[in-house]
Design a protein around this ligand. Structure first.
Ligand SMILES: [Ca+2]
Ligand SMILES: [Ca+2]
Length: 301
């Protein structure tokens, strides 16, 4: 009963934060109607305006995420950042957007945090690869490609086993998988539907992870037990990554889960009279510095 009121107040707050972020700068950028012969300039202005609005979307998300951090260390769907920004009129158009938690996904760089293979993450990745129809043994190859050393699990030289030297460093982007022996375009596309590549290892947030990911991590847990765990999580978010294992009656998976997030995605759609742009951002938030945009893509919506 309380939730809808809380959420509508939340939406109002989120909109207020957007309007603050938009500020006066955007008002002067709004589309000025131009006659036909100025078509080229019109398009140039569209682009300029959407870059300005992309900056506004970044400021909005950064404001929301910085405010969230001040409220405490854990992250969950009951917080302000998780409330979507509904289509909100700005001069000449609308802007809408949402922030999602990138740590609700499995990050491929978790296979070897700080260059050292993580057995628990390798096991989980094998289950997730299999769910997506990608051979599980490619996880071993990928872990060798990311881990710092030059040896396979059975002590062989990696360059001998794979016929060439591996990167021995974290992936920088999803497409880097194509340089790892055995991976194909199709596999990379499948994996990208539910996984992510972040600049460093990032435990899965137990408060935001989808059911399928929890089920893969705890294969012995019954469907009932997972339902109960999801219900409990919606009422009282986990304070740390170990609580989820305890609730499912299994031993803790070392370093696989946490209860907070540093990496978020923002997707905003900006519409003008004649143009619509999609802005996709990745934001990194640390305990010590202001959240910052680490990637930005603007495309036609
Ligand atoms: Ca939080
Ligand atoms: Ca290696």
């Amino acid at each position: 009963m309380k939730l809808p009121r809380h959420r509508s107040r939340g939406a109002a707050l989120v909109i207020a934060m957007l309007l603050t972020a938009l500020g006066a700068a955007v008002a002067v950028q709004m589309i000025v109607p131009l006659s036909g012969w100025m078509e080229r300039e019109y398009r140039a202005r569209d682009t300029q305006a959407s870059y300005t609005l992309a900056d506004a979307a970044s400021s909005w998300a950064i404001t929301v995420l910085a405010a969230d951090l001040r409220l405490g260390p854990i992250d969950h769907y009951g917080e302000l950042w998780a409330i979507a920004l509904p289509p909100t009129p700005v001069e000449g158009g609308t802007i809408e957007g949402r922030i999602t938690d990138l740590q609700a996904r499995f990050n491929l760089n978790n296979l070897a945090p700080r260059g050292v293979k993580s057995a628990a993450n390798v096991t989980l990745a094998k289950a997730l690869f299999t769910q997506l129809g990608v051979p599980g043994n490619l996880v071993d190859t990928l872990a060798d490609a990311i881990d710092r050393d030059e040896l396979t699990d059975d002590g062989q030289s990696e360059s001998q086993r794979y016929g060439r030297g591996l990167r021995n460093a974290p992936l920088m982007r999803f497409a880097d998988l194509l340089d790892v022996p055995g991976f194909t375009d199709g596999m990379v596309r499948s994996l990208a539907t539910t996984m992510v590549v972040l600049p460093e290892a990032s435990p899965i947030n137990a408060n935001t992870a989808p059911r399928s990911l929890i089920a893969a991590a705890f294969p012995a847990a019954s469907s009932d037990a997972i339902d109960k765990m999801l219900l409990r999580r919606s009422q009282q978010p986990f304070a740390n990554g170990n609580e989820v294992a305890g609730l499912l009656g299994q031993s803790t998976l070392d370093g696989v889960f946490s209860a907070n997030s540093q990496y978020f995605a923002v997707e905003a759609v900006i519409r003008f009279e004649r143009a619509a742009h999609r802005v996709q951002l990745q934001i990194a938030r640390s305990l010590t510095a202001r959240p910052r945009v680490i990637s930005r893509l603007i495309s036609n919506a």
